[in-house]
Unconditional design. Structure first.
Length: 183
């Protein structure tokens, strides 16, 4: 895994061989972060990485100056890898939660914890895949004017959901982008 830019840019970490995640490709991650850099100033933002996998997106958020980053990952191997890399980077502003994303979203209370940027990359074969963007948008965890990025394959279309404003495709990786409603 490679951190692309920022204070940890160009750092590489060997991902365990027994990891079950399908990480976002470096090419797709670099391109979506280029898009995000034109939408937000990461410095001081609160970021949430749902289905964190290897933590690559979380570490990009940290590297680019987010004030807090929360990573949610259910699998033990991935969770431990994220924790280990975070410790190596001495990222005190990184909160790592081992748990189920859908349960996390179900218990998120409107306005309790809001995030300026949210990234979700569920397993493409996940049974309740299409519930993820709906739950994120309905939960109230996306701050007013914040950006939510949903990674998915080309067979899915989220353009009818509230706050949708853009779609990007990089190879077989697709991203739908949403803005939080301003109060």
């Amino acid at each position: 895994m490679r951190i692309i830019r920022g204070k940890y840019g160009r750092r590489r970490f060997d991902v365990p061989k027994n990891i079950t995640a399908r990480p976002t490709t470096d090419f797709a991650r670099e391109n979506i972060f280029n898009v995000l850099e034109n939408l937000v100033d990461f410095e001081g933002l609160r970021a949430l990485d749902l289905f964190a996998g290897t933590g690559a997106v979380s570490f990009e958020f940290l590297s680019r100056g987010c004030s807090t980053v929360t990573s949610i990952e259910k699998a033990a191997t991935q969770h431990e890898f994220i924790r280990k890399v975070s410790k190596i980077l001495e990222a005190d502003n990184h909160r790592i939660i081992r748990g189920d994303v859908l349960k996390f979203l179900d218990t998120a209370k409107r306005g309790t914890s809001q995030y300026d940027v949210i990234f979700a990359d569920p397993p493409y074969d996940m049974e309740n895949f299409d519930e993820v963007p709906v739950k994120v948008l309905e939960s109230g965890i996306l701050a007013p004017g914040g950006v939510f990025v949903m990674e998915h394959n080309s067979s899915r279309d989220y353009s009818a959901l509230p706050g949708y404003f853009d779609h990007r495709a990089y190879g077989s990786v697709n991203f739908s982008l949403f803005r939080g409603e301003k109060g």
